[in-house]
Design a protein around this ligand. Sequence first.
Ligand SMILES: [Fe+2]
Length: 298
Amino acid sequence: MIKARRIGHAAFETPDLARAIEYYTRVNGLVLTSQERNRAFLATKVGQLVLELTQADTGRCTKLSFEVAPHSDFDGISRHLTREGIRSDIRSDPLPGTSKSLTFQDPKGTTIELFADWQYLGAHHQVVGVGPLKLGHVAFIVHDAKAIADFYQKVLGFRVSDWVEDFFVFMRCGPDHHTINFLSGETVRMHHIAFEVKDFAQIQTACELFGERDIPIIWGPLRHGPGHNVSTYHRNPDDQVVEFYTELDQMKDEELGYFEPRPWHHDLPQRPKVWNRSKPPTVWGPPPTEDYLRNRQP
Ligand SMILES: [Fe+2]
């Protein structure tokens, strides 16, 4: 009954709000659009809200928001969730530019916030740093990727784009190959957050910036197998992995069921499938560094 259409923003707690704002505005290239004493909201240069940061004891991702269809009936969605055994709250003016939202928790304890109306938080912002186009996806380590994938399919209308064997799932809610990923592991926490940039030239711009600022590139640039995005990874000051990517596979027609053909595809056509690890997980590029791989450790 619920159909998430697009990821809106991610909320993080951070032990050092000022340091996080400094990173996201000076390196990542977002815009600080409003700030209260313990909380800050950041948007992309096109003015879409993408991050909510709150001062707290530790750094963690606490919430993801998803846009649903205009004029969605939140009371009806709430009754539907109740029938599924999920408690939800409807809130007024929960976010800058959003008049109403409905929140509930997913099985790993992340708050899901649905919204149907939003306004640009300014436009044509001049940014310092990389300056991504949008928030693209968020990946989590969970105890059971299959169980949470089932929840996202059944409750939020996501579709499975790819599995890597039985431990890593990529899920879409729109044309993008993945908006959310789940890896099975021994802990429960965010694995990485990813922002889309315009093209490979902007990936290079990001790498040059990391070079200037002595920020280690912990994986990439590379072209992935699943999703086929060109990516580069670094860590933010809270030790969280941040990805910049471009050229992610697009499924423009769900009934056709294949991703838009691209020269780097080995499957013709490229359909959702199960990848195995007998081959490298990339089309090209270096293997991940130890600093990237420690991300999966508890
Ligand atoms: Fe990613």
